[in-house]
Design a protein around this ligand. Structure first.
Ligand code: SAH
Length: 299
């Protein structure tokens, strides 16, 4: 039976239609919350809430609760938590390594990666990166609004900017890094993702050696290329280990970076088709395929 929830008067809105607000404090029936100035401004102007209105408050520990605004002043709002609505749902252990691009495009990457369920955003610099810095606070507020809207329960972590080589140093060998290589000569991303789902039984049976890591100082590029390293067991959100995606800057990767990346056993080069996508387009396209074939878009 399919019930069409027809919301007429506001009080008859189904709880799911109420706006959501991420609250760091612990949530429970009867809890009283004092929103800070930023939260009050957001609740009042963006969510257009006033005294007496209901909303949904949530966080990754306590899930989502229905709450009601008991009082509102210019700078604060008092909120009373009422009923439990649903438990929190974790996002898959999926992280995105990306180069800071122009501000609008970086903002877009933060928003879309949040909606697409990335757990960790890791800005990295490469030889052709144009923007060396990232406004982490700005990206955090974009990710927060996106998490509220997209019905996530957690905020993505946003790491500090580091160089690509530093990000790879100490990489856990059980965590594949999907390397979107616009130069081609790589298998389609769908084929690589399919090997993950096919082999996830192997990954869950084999006790992955969590300790093994890539250490930059140990070998030169030639040594790395020469030694045959067993490719790591492949992860799935249900199995062990996570998955990472690397998208390059507007200028793409240099031949030296490409060689360095392809010499690493945990790096899986993929193509996203015959057309050169903008970095932000490549992020959205690749994350969508990952969630659809490996991540939590599958039951
Ligand atoms: N150097 C390119 C632009 C790079 S696009 C140019 O000719 O202008 C930015 C990033 O998006 C790339 O580094 C790559 O990671 C990803 N990307 C774009 N198109 C891709 C494709 N067809 N296959 C794989 N990755 C792609």
């Amino acid at each position: 039976m399919f019930w069409l929830a027809v919301a007429s008067a506001p009080e008859q809105l189904t709880p799911m239609a109420d706006p959501r607000l991420l609250i760091e404090e612990r949530l429970g029936a009867g809890a009283r919350l004092e929103l800070n100035e930023a939260q009050t401004r957001h609740a009042g102007t963006v969510l257009r809430l006033d005294a007496g209105d209901t909303l949904r408050v949530f966080n990754a520990e306590d899930g989502e609760w229905r709450a009601r605004i008991s009082e509102r002043s210019k700078r604060t709002m008092s909120v009373r938590v009422e009923d439990f609505l649903r438990p929190a749902r974790a996002t898959p252990d999926l992280e995105l390594l990306f180069e800071p691009v122009k501000r609008h495009a970086t903002d877009l990457i933060a928003e879309k990666a949040t909606e697409l369920g990335v757990r960790r955003l890791r800005p990295v610099t490469t030889q052709r990166t144009i923007a060396e810095t990232v406004r982490t606070d700005r990206l955090m507020s974009i990710a927060r609004e996106a998490a509220e809207q997209t019905e996530r329960f957690d905020l993505p972590e946003i790491a500090e900017v580091v160089s690509l080589t530093k990000a790879l140093d100490g990489w856990r060998l059980t965590r594949p890094l999907i390397f979107a290589d616009e130069e081609g000569e790589a298998p389609p991303i769908v084929d690589v993702l399919r090997t993950f789902s096919l082999a996830e039984k192997v990954a869950s049976e084999r006790e992955p050696d969590e300790g093994r890591r890539h250490t930059r100082g140990v070998a030169t590029l030639a040594d790395i290329g020469a030694t045959e390293r067993p490719s790591p067991p492949t992860p799935s959100p249900q199995g062990r280990g996570g998955l990472s995606l690397l998208i390059g800057p507007e200028g793409g990767f240099t031949a030296e970076e490409r060689r360095m990346l392809r010499a690493l056993a945990f790096v899986k080069p993929v193509t996203l088709g015959p057309r050169i996508l903008r970095a932000e387009t490549a992020v959205i396209a690749a994350l969508s395929l990952i969630q659809g074939l490996w991540g939590d878009w599958r039951a």
